[in-house]
Write a protein that binds this ligand. Structure first.
Ligand SMILES: *Cc1c(COP(=O)(O)O)cnc(C)c1O
Length: 398
């Protein structure tokens, strides 16, 4: 690989567009610009393309295509599910969620508390797991909604959402899952579950930014967040973002293929990287190591480093990764996810997240395995020079 090549290991922040996705989108940015709602044949091109994208996404999720509402992304989908549940639910004003949700769930939930709605933010254990008994006990007679993410964006830890949905169904409570990090990465058959709402976003699985979807099961009453024209079967107003919807559909098809063919290159790159770093670096630990995780994410805590300094040094080697989530970069606050997993420790300030994708190569993983231990060692030497050797391991740094 070329010396100046970027090694992009931040696929949970966003992903490279699949070239096949770009190719399918292009005609809808140039030739077929008709409004899907128009009556003439020219617009039917766009309408049919939107229908096909809906079918492809339904195939990825294992649901029916009328259960899919296209949105502007994961954030809008989450906000829509939460708002719809509360507007409709006569039972009352109580929501259960977890302390480790993405800000696109946490913030709307925090806003609810200012409007007289109580929210329970469930704690997690050291591995990032929720206790199902605790969850069940948190559901009150007036609970309108339980919202728990499928896969955590910082650690990759999977919540047992099928089981949680079952508990909610038994109690007659709506269940939403933020599946932005799970969609396209693990097989799903949403029709076999009691999930009412599921959010996803195209740019997390090699589709374009600014487009996503909300799955609304056919047995769930729904109220739109965005009122306007009757688009999306009266469920989301606004002229359809046709090219992006086409891109989302193509990305869903590619992800379905990868999953149904049982491909595991992403998992094998992640596993090889994780094992090599654990072997080469003392005082390194994988966050969530003891529980089920999505196959692309490695979240480490390293003794004797500070994440911001590590990110700067890794950037000099053109390795893109993050401390906690991308949304937190630039803020001084350590990850709320890792703090929730270890409230008394300082692991959150010593953490780095590496997330892999289909477009990473084995050569890039080799390079990361070479650089990351060197960088950690260098940072420790700076922090405690007396302990280090005379020769800088970064003597050959760019
Ligand atoms: C990225 C992400 C979101 C936000 O999705 P956007 O499409 O960027 O709005 C929400 N939840 C999780 C878990 C995410 O990783």
């Amino acid at each position: 690989m070329a010396d100046d090549e970027i090694i992009y290991l931040d696929n949970n922040a966003t992903t490279q567009l699949d070239p096949a996705v770009v190719e399918e989108m292009m005609p809808f940015l140039t030739k077929y610009y008709g409004n899907p709602s128009s009556g003439y044949g020219f617009a039917a091109k766009a309408r049919k393309a939107v229908d096909l994208a809906r079918e492809r996404l339904a195939a990825l999720l294992g649901c029916e295509s009328p259960e899919i509402v296209f949105t502007s992304g994961g954030t809008e989908s989450n906000n829509t599910a939460i708002a719809s549940s509360l507007q409709f639910e006569p039972r009352g004003k109580h929501v259960v969620t977890s302390a480790v949700e993405h800000s696109a769930v946490l913030r709307p939930c925090q806003d609810l508390t200012k409007r007289g709605c109580e929210v329970a933010f469930l704690a997690v254990d050291r591995d990032g797991n929720v206790d199902l008994d605790e969850l069940e006990a948190a559901i009150l007679p007036e609970t309108a909604l339980v919202s728990m993410m499928w896969a955590n964006n910082e650690t990759g830890v999977l919540f047992p959402v099928a089981k949680i949905a079952e508990v909610c169904r038994e109690k007659g409570v709506l269940f939403h899952t933020d599946a932005v990090q799970a969609a396209g990465k693990i097989p799903m058959r949403v029709r076999d579950t009691a999930i009412n709402f599921l959010s996803l976003s195209a740019h997390k699985f090699h589709g374009p930014k600014g487009i996503g979807a909300l799955y609304v099961s056919r047995r769930t009453r729904f109220r739109p967040l965005i009122a306007g024209g009757g688009q999306e079967n009266e469920r989301r107003g606004g002229t359809e973002n046709v090219a992006s919807i086409v891109g989302l559909g193509k990305a869903a098809e590619a992800a379905s293929e990868y999953l149904s063919e049982g491909k595991a290159h992403v998992r094998s790159m992640r596993d090889r990287f994780e094992k090599a770093v654990l072997e080469a670096v003392s005082g390194a630990a994988v966050n969530g190591a003891g529980v089920a995780r999505i196959p692309n994410t490695s979240s480490f805590s390293f003794e004797g480093i500070e994440s911001p300094a590590a990110l700067l040094l890794l950037d000099r080697y053109r390795i893109c990764c993050s401390a906690g989530s991308a949304c937190r970069t630039g803020s001084q606050e350590a990850s709320h996810v890792l703090r929730a997993m270890d409230p008394s420790g300082d692991g959150a300030r010593r953490s780095l997240r590496f997330s892999f994708g289909r477009f990473n190569t084995d050569a890039q993983v080799d390079r990361a395995i070479e650089v990351v231990p060197k960088v950690i060692e260098k940072l420790r030497q700076i922090a405690a020079p007396a302990r280090g050797s005379a020769v800088s391991p970064l003597a050959t740094a760019p």
